[in-house]
Write a protein that binds this ligand. Sequence first.
Ligand SMILES: [Zn+2]
Length: 170
Amino acid sequence: MPALAQEGRPLIEITPLQDMERLAQEAQGLTHDAAVSWQAKAELRPGSGAEPDVWLHLQASVLFPLICQRCMGVVTVPLEIDQWYRFVATEAIAMEQDDDSEEDLLVMAPQFDLLAVLEDELLMALPLVPMHDECPVAPVLQAGEDELADEASEKPNPFALLSQLKKNNS
Ligand SMILES: [Zn+2]
């Protein structure tokens, strides 16, 4: 991360959803080309200590297939991440400062896993109750109702039909 910060250039990547196992498990009907577009940019800012703080700006977007809870069809939900983090040296500092910080804190570690952080954010961004704005089933039902209405209007008047039957019986 510090190397990234010194360069000051964003890291722009596209990661296939299949590479994010936990996230992929939540997807309904995952296509092979489903991928997360993301970019990470580090920034040095004056901090409380002698050394500047390392901040990270993470942005990501993905069209994520879920099951609509209204029509039970697949609904593609756009997930967007736009999050700032500040790196701290140790877990202890993170625990200490977390309550007072508006930004999220990350612990600077050699095994720091940016993709895991991104995957966590996307998992948290999943809607609890995914739904279409307008379910595709609704227009179909509408069409069905129209058809029924048309059929009804073409049907003979039931009273006319009744008198027809009476005539035949008599
Ligand atoms: Zn729906």
